[in-house]
Design a binder for this molecule. Structure first.
Ligand code: NAD
Length: 381
């Protein structure tokens, strides 16, 4: 079978789902590989580097979708792309199934099999295919770099001939995958780093990374904002008040706030209010990684950078992985390659779409003319 990757058509998207290195691995599984001409350019991979890796370069998207059996891409496909599917094709991509009923219906009507990368179950065995985590890791890192780029001082404290420089103070709100990456980046740059999460079990991880976990004036068992299965759920009003009171206390002290707090299937909780922004020092920076879900900061404008009257920069970009397209493509293409390994147990270049396999079943949203989303819960941890 042939696997191919088209150029991403979402405006500004620089990532690509196949790299020359991942193509070599896919060939070891027995597949022929193809790429649309120019698909890797924005991520730093020229057509020539693909050709050197034995990848066929196909001139147009239409020809690529027609010729290949398996399409690997990054962004949720649009209608034109979905119309190019048929019963002999498998699509592997981010798909946003919970908010993309029309896309699923169209894929189903075409009889195509669709594997949605955001649906890979978060179990140990599937970590190598967990594209949500690999992209969140990049977003967390890049959020700190972006903050630094907009901050007029050093992260680390210094004693120089020209004077003593205090270290920056960074607060990370939400210590999931992105938050932990932000904490690691911030501490490695030398900033004093504080972090908060409604899940108290992450305190140890936060502290092991050299940051300080922010505890609330709350009974320990109530620190847990009713967390379930590793994910957060909505906090009680009392807990939220205690959280906001703590943030109000910290607002005048911190230089940089990175917010990453999300609750599955909901708008992001609003945690950094207008008065907290007003209490921050001029020159402070907020990077809101929850911008796509409405933002954790009241004043965030999605996909924009604004500066408030009191001189606080608020960044609401939603494309951090694409801003590091070479790294993001390398990790995403590796996630896809691992998915293909599981789909090809015989290494014979033939997909075995085994719906008995927890991971494959969990990620499949259409299969043989049926919508198979949402999946049953995985059987193993
Ligand atoms: P996420 O993106 O859903 O949320 C980010 C963080 O925000 C979470 O840590 C959450 O607790 C926190 N949060 C929510 N409301 C908050 C509030 N009001 N104040 C402060 N923080 C708040 O999380 P994620 O990064 O996707 O990780 C979710 C869970 O999945 C974690 O337990 C993580 O360890 C786990 N995980 C497991 C695997 C695996 O086993 N393969 C892979 C990735 C993540």
């Amino acid at each position: 079978m042939k696997i191919g990757t088209p150029k991403e058509i979402f405006e500004g998207e620089a990532r690509v789902a196949m790299t020359p290195a991942s193509a070599l691995q896919l060939q070891k599984l027995g597949y022929d590989c193809a790429i649309e001409s120019g698909a890797g350019l924005a991520a730093g991979f020229s057509d020539a580097t693909y050709e050197e890796a034995g990848v066929e370069v196909i001139k147009t998207a239409a020809a690529l979708w027609k010729e290949v059996d398996i399409i690997a891409k990054v962004r949720q496909p649009n209608e034109t792309e979905l119309k190019r599917l048929n019963g002999d094709k498998t699509l592997i991509s981010f798909f946003n199934p919970a908010g993309n009923e029309e896309g699923m219906e169209l894929a189903k009507s075409k009889g195509a099999n669709v594997i949605a990368m955001e649906m890979v179950p978060r179990i140990s065995r599937a970590q190598k295919m967990d594209a949500l985590s690999s992209m969140a890791n990049i977003a967390g890192y890049r959020a700190v770099i972006e903050a630094g780029n907009n901050f007029g001082r050093f992260f680390t404290g210094q004693i120089t001939a020209a004077g003593k420089v205090p270290p920056a103070k960074v607060l990370v709100v939400g210590a999931g995958v992105a938050g932990l990456a932000a904490i690691g980046t911030s501490t490695s740059l030398g900033a004093i780093t504080l972090a908060f999460d409604v899940r108290p079990e992450v305190a140890e991880q936060v502290e092991s990374m050299g940051a300080e976990f922010v505890y609330l004036d709350f009974e320990e068992e109530q620190q847990d904002g009713a967390a379930t299965g590793g994910y957060a759920s909505v906090s009680s009003p009392e807990f939220r008040e205690a959280q906001l009171a703590k943030f109000r206390e910290l607002a005048p002290e911190v230089d940089i706030v990175i917010t990453t707090a999300l609750i599955p299937n909901r708008e992001a909780p609003e945690l950094w209010t207008e008065d907290m922004v007003a209490a921050m020092k001029p020159g402070s920076v907020i990077v809101d990684l929850a911008a796509e879900k409405g933002g954790n900061c009241k004043l965030t404008v999605m996909d924009e950078k604004i500066v408030t009257e009191n001189g606080v920069t608020i960044i609401g970009y939603t494309d951090f992985p694409s801003r590091m397209a070479a790294q993001a493509s390398t990790l995403y293409a590796t996630n896809i390659r691992h998915m293909m390994t599981d789909l090809t147990p015989e290494k014979d270049g033939q997909i075995n779409h085994n719906m008995e396999d927890d991971v494959i079943r969990g990620a499949t949203v259409t299969h043989q003319g049926e919508i198979t989303f949402p999946p049953p819960p995985p059987k193993v941890a």
